[in-house]
Ligand binder design. Structure first.
Ligand SMILES: *Cc1c(COP(=O)(O)O)cnc(C)c1O
Length: 400
């Protein structure tokens, strides 16, 4: 069956929620993906900031293989060893607290939302239920998380949504301060906005939020689903400003490609939940936990957050040079670590499609921002090859 036929079959078989690239992929290794025709691609999408160790990292593959031969699923009615080891490691890498494991970013955020309300009512004995979140944010696709998300396009035709979400401009401490009232239980933001267009707040924003939340008696929830696991140059983005959030949510890169989400909360906050309040059948499955253990060990041993800094600087510097050469096409180049956005003046989708067809997989968000989220294991040569492809694309688009 040829590629066009497979693409047609995809459209016939699946709900039309996605509009995928026309190629069909069969294999991946490190930064490189191979399609059924044997062509290779530099994967700077990384499954949307998931494959932080690249495709099929041998240690992750080995961990999964070994665990599937031992124990695959027992539910949360029973305890297994792998989750205990993982929770200890996550606490060591974040802050002392208690963990909840689930499958996705949206589910992690749903959990954080329920926990913050439960904490206000059960622990503080206050009827606080409102959340202050940011315009341009993205927190997932469930009803609760699209209510939290500060972008209208995700909500159209899905109302009514859960109540209690107030949206304020991102990177604006005064706006948060004004929005908090005696019904607010938490402030929830991304340390760097991802789907919103790789939006980086000013230094001190997170520190300011942390102080503000403490002063006003509300929780600070950081959605680290995209920024987590080394992506922005520290293991978690909150660590850059040395703050202590009350709750962080994680997913994407956590399971090394297997679906794993998590919520880490300060012990007093976590204690608001009691058995029966919240659950998920597959949460903390031994196989996903074994993959995560391998991810975290490799990340620490190879100091991958540091690599995100050096490779990110190399990519940003190359892209910055192109901004000088093509000012009519590029409005802005920004990034932190290996979470990088190039804001175009013109057609972002066209630039994305040209890059993809030339063998560099990147994504276009907000119609005008090209997002680069390569594996943290990306080599200097691969960064340089990607820059050559992008330059070709910009040359083609401008005719220069
Ligand atoms: C991707 C993402 C989510 C949603 O994660 P899913 O696993 O797709 O549910 C939530 N928050 C942020 C910041 C994300 O980037």
């Amino acid at each position: 069956m040829n590629v066009n036929k497979k693409h047609g079959l995809f459209q016939e078989l699946f709900m039309p929620t996605y509009a995928p690239f026309e190629k069909v992929f069969v294999r991946g290794k490190g930064t490189v993906l191979y399609d059924i025709e044997g062509r290779s691609y530099l994967d700077f999408c990384s499954g949307i900031a998931v494959n932080n160790l690249g495709h099929c990292h041998p240690e992750v593959v080995r961990a999964i293989r070994e665990q599937t031969g031992k124990l695959m699923h027992i539910s949360n009615l029973y305890i297994h060893n792998v989750e205990l080891e993982l929770a200890e490691l996550v606490a060591g890498m974040t802050f002392p607290g208690r963990l909840f494991l689930c499958q996705s970013g949206a589910e992690a955020n749903e959990t954080a939302i329920k926990l913050a309300r439960k904490y206000a009512r059960a622990a503080l004995k206050q009827d606080r239920y409102k959340f202050v979140t940011a315009m341009g944010s993205f927190h997932g696709r469930t009803l609760g998380t699209i209510a939290a998300t500060g972008q209208e396009k995700y909500k159209v035709d899905f109302e009514p949504l859960p109540e209690g979400f107030v949206h304020v401009p991102y990177d604006d401490l005064d706006a948060v301060s004004e929005a908090i009232d005696d019904k607010t239980c938490a402030v929830m933001v991304e340390p760097v906005q991802g789907e919103g267009g790789v939006v980086i707040p000013k230094d001190g924003y997170l520190k300011g939020l942390s102080r503000l939340c403490a002063d006003r008696g509300v929780l600070l929830i950081l959605d680290e689903v995209q920024t987590g696991f080394g992506r922005t140059g520290t293991l978690f983005a909150f660590q850059r400003e040395g703050i202590k959030p009350d709750i962080i949510t994680m997913a994407k890169a956590f399971g090394g490609g297997l679906p794993l989400g998590g919520v880490m909360a300060r012990p007093e906050v976590a204690a608001a939940f009691s058995p029966g309040n919240h659950a998920t059948t597959f949460g903390g499955n031994p196989v996903t936990c074994s993959a995560a253990l391998a991810v975290l060990r490799v990340m620490e041993r190879e100091n991958l957050p540091e690599r995100a800094v050096t490779m990110g600087a190399r990519l940003i510097s190359g892209l910055g040079g192109m901004k000088n050469d093509y000012p009519e096409l590029i409005r802005d180049v920004r990034g932190r670590g290996l979470m990088i956005g190039v804001e175009l003046i013109g057609n972002g989708k066209k630039a994305q499609d040209l890059c993809n067809s030339k063998g560099l997989l990147i994504t276009c968000i907000q119609e005008k921002v090209l997002r680069f989220t390569p594996p943290l294991t990306v080599s200097a040569e691969e960064v340089d090859s990607s820059l050559e492809i992008i330059r070709e694309v910009f040359q083609e688009m401008t005719g220069k």
